[in-house]
Write a protein that binds this ligand. Structure first.
Ligand SMILES: C[S@@+](CC[C@H](N)C(=O)[O-])C[C@H]1O[C@@H](n2cnc3c(N)ncnc32)[C@H](O)[C@@H]1O
Length: 110
């Protein structure tokens, strides 16, 4: 969820041959992710959907791994994201949730 330009999913397909769905609201990210898929793992079963993640309805327990890296606001924050990804993941599956943070406060002069 909030798959951006698809780098994570494409790398998983390169390394482990996974199939998967990436959802992102940005048409520019989806365009780049699809291009990356075509160029790097054309044989893999990846799909990139342009959609608002908050409205995306997956079948419950339909994924081995459900992840949302750097886009927790889609589900109203960290707790909501853990809940949503857990609902999508199969029993015994994995969820991966990541929050972005500043390593260093931005320079005020910028
Ligand atoms: C900080 S980026 C993280 C991208 C990717 N997960 C990564 O780690 O490279 C946040 C992404 O969330 C997407 N996004 C923002 N609001 C969204 C929404 N409501 N539904 C789906 N994607 C959304 C943005 O377009 C952006 O690609």
């Amino acid at each position: 969820m909030g798959s951006g330009k698809g780098e994570f999913l494409v790398r998983l397909a390169e390394l482990y041959g996974v199939s998967g769905i990436g959802v992102d609201i940005s048409p520019y990210c989806i365009r780049d992710a699809r291009e990356k898929h075509r160029n790097r793992v054309p044989q893999s079963d990846l799909e990139f959907l342009e959609a608002d993640g908050a409205k995306f309805k997956a079948e419950p327990e339909s994924f081995d791994v459900a992840m949302c890296i750097g886009a927790c606001w889609i589900y109203g924050g960290y707790r909501g994201t853990v809940r949503a990804t857990m609902e999508m993941a199969k029993q015994g599956g994995l969820v991966l949730v990541g929050e972005p943070f500043w390593l260093k406060e931005p320079d005020e002069s910028i």
